[in-house]
Design a protein around this ligand. Sequence first.
Ligand SMILES: Cc1cc2nc3c(=O)[nH]c(=O)nc-3n(C[C@H](O)[C@H](O)[C@H](O)COP(=O)(O)OP(=O)(O)OC[C@H]3O[C@@H](n4cnc5c(N)ncnc54)[C@H](O)[C@@H]3O)c2cc1C
Length: 353
Amino acid sequence: MRTENPVLIIGGGPAGLRAAVDLSEMGIEVILVEKRNELGGAPVRWKYKTLAPMMRPTEEVMNPLIEHVEKSELVKVYKNSIVEEAKGNAGNFVIRIKNGLDNRVESLNVSAIIVATGFEHFDARIDPRYGYGKNPNVIGIHELEAMLKSGRVVKHDGQPPERIAFIFCVGSRDRATNPWCCTVCCGVSIKQAIELKEILPDSQIYMIYMDVRTFGLWEKLYWKSMEEYGINYIRGRVSEIYYTGEKLLVKGEDTLVRGPFEVLFDMVVLAVGMEPGQGTKQVAKALDLAINEFGFLEPKHPNIHHDSSKEGIFLAGACVAPMSVEEAIAEGSAAAMQVVKLLHRLAKPIEAR
Ligand SMILES: Cc1cc2nc3c(=O)[nH]c(=O)nc-3n(C[C@H](O)[C@H](O)[C@H](O)COP(=O)(O)OP(=O)(O)OC[C@H]3O[C@@H](n4cnc5c(N)ncnc54)[C@H](O)[C@@H]3O)c2cc1C
């Protein structure tokens, strides 16, 4: 099927890439606008070693999507760019793409738009309990991914940590910061703990959790972590991390035995949650899209993510809600299908629609 105007996709992460691949494989021209200087979204930006739950190397999932998009004659990629304006209607939007490096602006006509601007990590500096950004050796799960990928996990003094704590639900399920569940952070933390044990087999790892929410098939990581890797679980909440000058003293309450604990660790990994980022806010404003009480893009119908509040503009991935890579990829495909339906409908004579 050929259409006069290409389809615009904003965001080159798993959701946006999948949508671009599907549309171009159907012969539809695509304009892909990515604000960073590389495609791949969070898995590439934060150098995820593997993807939970199957612990498959990230490249095996992401590279085919990126390579297809970069090689396809039907996909034009604008990196370092944002869409600063979109006017018009389904079938014919006039958009302005601005390059963030040289401020060059280009106007184009597009038939439909898919927004796939993803998420940002919760900035743990906001919550003073953890001393993130002040205490050495307190890091986020996104930062640990790159260390795991490099095969070298060390403290700030270059030495490997012996005792490591993961703290779950940092900036998630917390009414003082973000009340929603990040859905993947428990599973990602457990995956990382297993990978840590493979690199540092003598390390002792403690998971300090509120609940362990390993949904669906991700649950197998939980049992594996205890039975095969000897990873320990403490149900509790942390009230403070204090740096002694040498170690990190983690203070909190054990909510199973109902008593306080104070334990020394060499490294603390914060399972920081997912929240709508500046990129999603920017696109919501530029396209005048509805957002919900949490700042995620609001679909037209609850439970059906792909229709936005505007005809001809579709949504996909973690800009709508926290989700896994596999869900984001499926949402990219779903949004692409909605675009095809729209184009098919617009191609019909008016009386036949
Ligand atoms: C530490 C961590 C580890 C994880 N590990 C796993 C895992 O092992 N398995 C798993 O299934 N899931 C994992 N996830 C979840 C996974 O990262 C997300 O599900 C996935 O990245 C969502 O894809 P997306 O395309 O919706 O968004 P993103 O990956 O966030 O991609 C969005 C893209 O849009 C771009 N963008 C944003 N705003 C704009 C704008 N205004 N204009 C243009 N471009 C814009 C961004 O730069 C980015 O490239 C993990 C999450 C975290 C926090």
